[in-house]
Design a binder for this molecule. Sequence first.
Ligand code: ADP
Length: 525
Amino acid sequence: MLMRPDSKTQERDFLLEITRAITAQLDLSEVLRRVLHASVVMLAGRVGLVALRDEHDDMFYVRAYSGITSDHVPALNEKLFELMDGKSNDGFSREFLNKKLREMADTIDTKLEQSVAMPLVFAQNPLGLLIVFRSYQTTITADDLTTLQSFADQAAIAVHNAQMYGHINEERQRLAAILDNSGDGVFILDPDLTFQQVNRAFERMTGWLTEDVIGLPKEAVIIWDKLDSKDLESALKDGWLTHYQKPDRIDTLYVEGDLQRPDGVTISIGITYAPLLTADGRLASIIANVRDITNFRKAQEMQSVFISTIHHELRTPIAIIKGYASTLSRDDVEWDSQVIRDNMIIIEEEADRLTTLVEDLLTASKIQAEREVKLNLEYVQLELLSARSVGRLEGQSHHNIVLSFPDNFPIIQGDEARLRQVIDNLLTNAIKYSPNGKKITVGGRFNDKNVTVFVRDEGDGIPADKIDKVFDRFYRIDDTMTRKTQGTGLGLYLVKAIIDAHHGEISVKSHVGHGSTFYFTIPRD
Ligand code: ADP
């Protein structure tokens, strides 16, 4: 029996110190260092070590040591590896364990005579080994073992805590990564509806930064320009969370509307709220998933514009064709040949209009599907194409159309049929959207790199806030001039797609009341 008379007090002091270290959540190596120090002192040993089982490969590695230098650690790990290797289903035999402990002692110092080992076990789960080496042989008493056991138990608690903390941390990091990489915006509210957490998608979507938003009340951040359903606050007032008998039956709450961002931009969003309840059914937080539905809404709007435009644009020529055809086919009237010819011209024109419309629709949906226009490249004289367009369209207009191209206007490579479509479209618009009698100029200019063709009119012009939109699919300005003319809002969309395919640029300058000029520029090579 090696303990001094006051050893029980000392043991208690050590245990108290270790428990304090554990409850103060000191880091694991510090707790193990204290356990080891206490074990070596109490067992009057010279050297000690703690080996822990690695959760990934199930092997034991030295994690703390006292009286050993770090150069010994690899060799000791090797011995621990052999020890585990010799383990059968019923553990290892005492002789085998003693043999390996002897080898370990020799690895450290041949003068070490005796070793006492104690497993670290938590909830029947082996977590490691605590070993104390002595420099002399003596009996290992039951007291020795009890002392070592109590230290090993403390070490096992510390290791278990550290492992659990590690698991929780890993899980927290995994959740944070999922949250941060989610394409949907997420925010978490406290029960008093203040912001607890937001993810990156939320920052991107709403323009709010995490550091500015945390701690703010919900209504300071989620500011609705227009709300299409009941908001969270009124749903809570109406008993969203209290109407349910069982908390797991609570439905999520969906709120949709136009959100005002801090930069003044408005976006359409849908928020799904889900409560997170504590084990005793109290509200811990509210988790909200935010989806940007601006594009979805735009597509819906476009679809309805598309349907009404097509409906109108198809019906008008069909009605005209039907009207003229049925007039001509009346049995009770003898039409003279001039009337028949005039009516047939109208029927032909309307049929042409239908063909153009159908072709435009097909091209537009092809662009939509393939995301580009395919070109048949050849040498193109834009000046000649423009003159032909003017020749074709001036007969149908009451405008003064002039051509203004400099000499030696360069030939470029492009798709002639498509470029004709571009010029026809711009010229048709100039005719449609400027009053009769006004001047329209189709002209060009060039430099070493590009050629530019422009179509200038003296119409009402385009308001500045609408200029970018005129190239959108199905977009028509809501003004009297546009309402008076037929159109699908596809012309400029196709023009832009064709010029983009030529790696060119399209632009427009316009002064309300003074007219508009559309330019397209195409590279010369
Ligand atoms: P559409 O002429 O079939 O309506 P476009 O795509 O060619 O469609 O033009 C889109 C809209 O841009 C037109 O509806 C019209 O409101 C406006 N716009 C186009 N060209 C002009 C122009 N030269 N002057 C004024 N407004 C124009």
